[in-house]
Write a protein that binds this ligand. Structure first.
Ligand code: XUL
Length: 522
């Protein structure tokens, strides 16, 4: 390999993925774009580490609200990933960084710091670190058992909007603050034994660096503990969360901070150069922004998957007055917004199946119907919705739209238009009209869908085939640059330009959509 190589490790929900990227230096500087992906390995928890008994990456529990993982499984996956990479690739690594599923937390006993500094390369990580966890299971983002704690913290901080103004988000069950509060309340002895609270990203970073790592502003902003304007832990939020939290939290740091050199464990065991740098870990959503090459305010990502997410860079912190959205800190230090719509492809598939169509049939229906659907509209809440918060699923059909086979095509258009009208309405608080939207995920291959997105959102939409965006983003962040290199050019899919006549129709529809949402969601 001729360029320097950087490793990104994404500790995801179902698997751990490591990507080695080669970046060509140009006149002593890194080029603006990484040249190629040199290696990729992945460890699927359920099938490759079956001894942990996870299902879809988490421990089964009779209470569906509980989502937990044994942190040792991530450590074993890390060892396995380095083994799969092999010493040939490991020898080339100049920098490493971690992307972690956001919000999950790991709890360590006081002596853990010394243990991290002296890991023996003859034994695996899990066995050496396990005795020094003060909690055997880590709550992850799928956990929704902390409604009581969310209410308590929110009340203490002066309500939903005040909480969002301070920490970037209202309290949410999966966010780390309410998880810490529940742990301290339900397991006070284990909490008393805890000296260090880590996030998934900072825990794995600490292991790689052989020392307790700071929490970066990006992942820290998913905790309801970071003051997102001052970029430091909020005294009020810590006090509202748990007694003695201050001394258990590590410092915060900018996402591009070098936390140290790689621990001797990885040098001896896998052959990494002792000079390889470890850059602060961050959350998977901030890392994904880098992985798809978004780095200027005015660019946003439209991820059309099981659920649809819309996230992008903001010029300044702007908070959702309805308290449905989140403000995180992006790897460049800019604020980034994120909203998540649960009824994404789930709702599109429900309509497709309802009328016995396949995807080409669904597309044909979109082509056969006019922008604006002659006033017919749908609020497609087939499942409970996150944005806006809708607890009881209900599909609303308006403007003469009915659930009958003669209106199959109308329903196809209505579900898609309803989704993008919702995205436009519910992202208005971000106060940034995007110049460019990058669509990823299964839905981004559908040209008609992209055209409706471009027309409703009045913005060019490009689709990009990106798999492992978070791991790729972590690899690019491992260069330690505030503006990491752009990813290697990926496979491009269809693109769509907004059409002024169609956009004007959607402009005119917005007040009706807003009123319909207000009435239906309350
Ligand atoms: C974001 C969220 C998930 C996790 C896991 O708030 O909960 O996207 O980051 O990927």
């Amino acid at each position: 390999m001729s360029g320097a190589c950087y490793l990104g490790i994404d500790v995801g929900t179902q698997s751990l993925t490591a990507i080695l990227v080669e970046a060509q230096p140009a006149e002593g500087e890194l080029e603006n774009r990484a040249s190629r992906i040199a290696a990729r390995v992945s460890v699927h928890y359920d099938t490759e580490l079956p001894q942990y008994g996870t299902v879809n990456g988490q421990l089964p529990n009779e209470d569906p609200a509980i989502g937990r993982v044994p942190p040792c499984m991530w450590l074993e996956a890390l060892d396995l990933a380095f083994r799969k990479l092999g010493t040939g690739a490991c020898r080339e690594i100049s920098g490493v960084s971690v992307s972690g599923q956001q919000h999950g937390s790991v709890y360590l006993r006081p002596e853990a710091e010394a243990v991290l500094q002296s890991l023996a390369p003859q034994q695996g990580l899990a066995g050496q670190i396990e005795p020094h966890l003060s909690r055997a299971e880590a709550p992850i983002w799928t956990d929704s058992s902390t409604t009581r704690e969310c209410e308590e913290i929110r009340r203490e901080l002066g309500g939903a909007t005040a909480t969002a103004e301070l920490t970037g988000s209202d309290t949410f069950e999966r966010f780390t603050g309410s998880q810490i509060r529940r742990f301290a309340r339900t397991e006070p002895d284990a909490w008393a034994r805890t000296a260090h609270v880590c996030l998934v990203s900072s825990f794995v970073t600490s292991v790689l660096a052989g020392r307790l790592a700071a929490i970066d502003h990006g992942d820290g902003s998913g905790m309801n503990l970071l003051d997102v304007r001052r970029l430091e832990w909020s005294e009020a939020a810590m006090a509202a969360t748990a007694a003695g939290l201050r001394r258990r939290l590590p410092p915060t740091c900018a996402p591009w901070t070098v936390v140290g050199s790689i621990a001797p464990y990885f040098v001896s065991r896998y052959g990494l150069p002792a000079s390889a740098k470890v850059v602060a870990g961050s959350g998977d959503n901030p890392c994904s922004l880098v992985g798809v090459g978004v780095r200027e305010p005015g660019e946003a990502v439209l991820s059309l998957g099981t659920s649809d997410t819309y996230f992008g860079l903001l010029k300044d912190v702007a908070v959702d007055p309805e308290a449905n959205g989140h403000v995180f800190i992006a790897p460049s230090g800019h604020p980034m917004s994120l909203i998540c719509f649960r009824n994404g492809s789930l709702a599109r598939e429900a309509v497709r199946d309802r009328y016995g169509l396949d995807w080409p049939g669904f597309d044909a229906a979109l082509r056969a119907t006019p922008p604006g659907n002659d006033g017919m509209m749908m609020l497609p809440w087939f499942e409970p919705e996150i944005v806006p918060r809708v607890a009881r699923p209900h599909v609303h059909r308006l403007g003469g739209l009915r659930d009958e086979p003669e209106q199959a095509a109308r329903n196809c258009r209505a579900v898609v238009e309803g989704q993008f009208l919702s995205m436009r309405f519910n992202s208005a608080w971000m106060a940034t009209q995007p110049r460019r939207l990058v669509a990823t995920g299964g839905g981004s291959r559908n040209r008609e869908l992209l055209q409706i997105a471009a027309d409703v959102l009045d913005c060019r939409v490009e689709s990009l085939e990106v798999t492992d965006g978070a791991a790729l983003g972590a690899a690019l962040r491992a260069t330690g640059q505030r503006l990491p290199p752009l990813p290697p050019v990926g496979e491009r899919g269809p693109a769509a330009e907004p059409r002024p006549e169609a956009s004007a129709i959607y402009d005119a529809m917005m007040p009706r959509y807003a009123e319909a949402q207000r009435r239906a969601a309350g």
